[in-house]
Design a binder for this molecule. Structure first.
Ligand code: SF4
Length: 188
């Protein structure tokens, strides 16, 4: 068990209280072990009421698949072995037929979600993304789309009109699960 500091903020987090943006920034300076312990506490509080009060005894999982819709990227991070430039032999942009095949394989294995991440392809337009999302939602209405990393969002944002209400937690394809956006980084 990690020994927690006696900071008032610790007590408030432990009690499940909401904290402010300024308080959140303080956490950057705290030891990782303490942050982990507090995160675990919040997780336990959040799950406590699930499954008729057995939320902390039951672990759930889903089957999902990471799909890299393109490996073309113009950010050129030094550590990245994933990206390609247009014209490279193994540069790719996924087609609707290819994504259909990948999702069908996922569904056949009991999958319910796809996580889509890719490079910052300079020529993929907002319409290209919307067409892809609508295609998936129309063809696989029960598949949850967990899509796009923070850096991709920054790119969408830098395009000015990229972010519109259709992207904000709404379902581009009508019925079925909503589209969500990934907030974690990916191994590429
Ligand atoms: S794919 Fe991601 S990590 Fe790789 S160069 Fe592009 S932004 Fe950087």
């Amino acid at each position: 068990m990690v020994a927690l500091n006696r900071h008032r903020l610790t007590e408030r987090i432990f009690a499940g209280e909401r904290i402010s943006g300024e308080e959140l920034l303080q956490l950057y300076r705290w030891p990782l072990e303490e942050l982990g312990a507090l995160a675990d506490r919040r997780r336990q509080l959040a799950k406590a009421g699930a499954y008729s009060g057995r939320g902390n005894e039951i672990v759930t999982y889903i089957v999902d698949r990471n799909i890299n819709y393109t490996n073309v990227c113009n950010v050129y991070c030094k550590f990245c072995a994933f990206y390609r430039v247009e014209g490279d032999d193994d540069a790719h942009v996924i087609t609707h037929a290819e994504i259909d095949r990948k999702i069908e394989e996922t569904v056949a294995l009991g999958g319910t979600q796809i996580l889509m991440q890719g490079g910052h392809h300079p020529k993929l337009t907002k319409q290209w993304y919307l067409d892809l999302l609508e295609h998936i939602k129309n063809k696989f209405p029960r598949i949850n789309i967990h899509g796009f990393s923070p850096s991709e969002f920054r790119r969408f944002q830098s395009g000015g009109t990229w972010l519109d209400p259709r992207w904000r937690g709404r379902n581009p394809g009508g019925s079925g699960p909503q589209t969500h956006f990934a907030a974690e980084s990916d191994e590429r």
